[in-house]
Design a protein around this ligand. Sequence first.
Ligand SMILES: NC(=O)c1ccc[n+]([C@@H]2O[C@H](COP(=O)([O-])OP(=O)(O)OC[C@H]3O[C@@H](n4cnc5c(N)ncnc54)[C@H](OP(=O)(O)O)[C@@H]3O)[C@@H](O)[C@H]2O)c1
Length: 281
Amino acid sequence: MRILITGAGGMLARAVAEHCAARRDEVFAHDRRSLDITCEQGVREVFERERPETVINCAAWTDVDGCELDPQRAFEVNSRAVGLLAAGARVAGASFVTVSTDYVFDGQQEGFYTQRDDPRPASAYGSSKLEGERLAQATAARTVVVRTGWLFGPGGRNFLATAIERARRGERLRAIVDAYGTPTYAPDLAARLCELAELDLPGVYHVVNAGAGVSYAEFARAAVEVSGATGVEIEGIKMDALARPAPRPRNSRMRCLLSEAVGLQPLRDWREALAAFAALG
Ligand SMILES: NC(=O)c1ccc[n+]([C@@H]2O[C@H](COP(=O)([O-])OP(=O)(O)OC[C@H]3O[C@@H](n4cnc5c(N)ncnc54)[C@H](OP(=O)(O)O)[C@@H]3O)[C@@H](O)[C@H]2O)c1
């Protein structure tokens, strides 16, 4: 398949590009320098030149607090630009897979969020990602929205990746005890994005590794365990104590109602994925 990947400097896009290259797809991977997705002309030129059969959009402004302080930029990148990509895909006759987030939910609900739950984002980041989903769906019928949560994997700069790094070095960790999500291994998600691109069945999918959700502190503990480090202290903190600009969901655990129905196996348990990641060294 001829696959266009955006946001190629980021953690997920790199995993997608690696997966596609291993499958011998024809890959056009663009980081922000070679394709700024907010640039309408740039987007048009790339589609005309590369004529992709599918597009996997991993580009996003993922700085949750940054988005809260500059919502205009958040909507520019996470909403309007997603609409531009969807329009490019429609004109090119390509399917369009765009990655969204558990932060479209406000986290007030108990249990797992499914597609039956109305999104109600509490932050500018979540609102901008939800608007991106909607613009894409309104623009291109062949849109597959993939909501995921708490990513970890090679090259990540988020809490989960940092926790794993620190655990390996035997350093002390601070982690939130009262926010729960579903950890997801970027390479597992990358493989699933490709499957969904091939299936070409439009809709909203929730894609996370299997297993019960955890708090950040529980994830940190699991990371310490698989790292083999001993004597690592984990200081539990309450989410409110951090007083960050953007609110985060207290619970953003997700489950998918569609994946099995379209013949997809659940992704492996996140603990198994964490062990595989730790084994990379
Ligand atoms: N990480 C998580 O825990 C998590 C959880 C749920 C959902 N997601 C979603 O998963 C997707 C991938 O996330 P990730 O963790 O791989 O994020 P990431 O590492 O921050 O990667 C995002 C990439 O998008 C690029 N980008 C930003 N603005 C752009 C623009 N205007 N044009 C082109 N590229 C641009 C960034 O480049 P610069 O660095 O140069 O700005 C970055 O390389 C995103 O849609 C995110 O919302 C992530």
